[in-house]
Design a protein around this ligand. Structure first.
Ligand code: SF4
Ligand code: SF4
Length: 67
């Protein structure tokens, strides 16, 4: 499952776009807003969640991925 970005917490820093190794997250510089552009490509590496300074990103795992 793709990362979820809580826009109420997002400060618009664009770090998530820069750290994602797969360009899953695209930062729209006009709107100053991150967009999960390629949700199916997410590897669930957690880099975006770890680096987000406002803890706005949640990574969700499907039950099949846990068991
Ligand atoms: S790293 Fe966090 S605060 Fe920065 S743009 Fe991404 S979601 Fe928003
Ligand atoms: S979890 Fe990893 S691959 Fe998925 S959007 Fe975040 S940085 Fe990119």
């Amino acid at each position: 499952m793709p990362p979820f970005i809580d826009m109420n917490k997002c400060s618009g820093c664009s770090i998530c776009d820069r750290v994602c190794p797969l360009d899953v997250i695209h930062f729209d510089h006009e709107k100053k807003s991150p967009i999960v552009k390629y949700p199916d490509e997410c590897w669930h590496c957690g880099s975006c969640r770890l680096e987000c300074p406002t803890a706005a990103i949640k990574i969700m795992f499907s039950p099949e991925m846990i068991y």
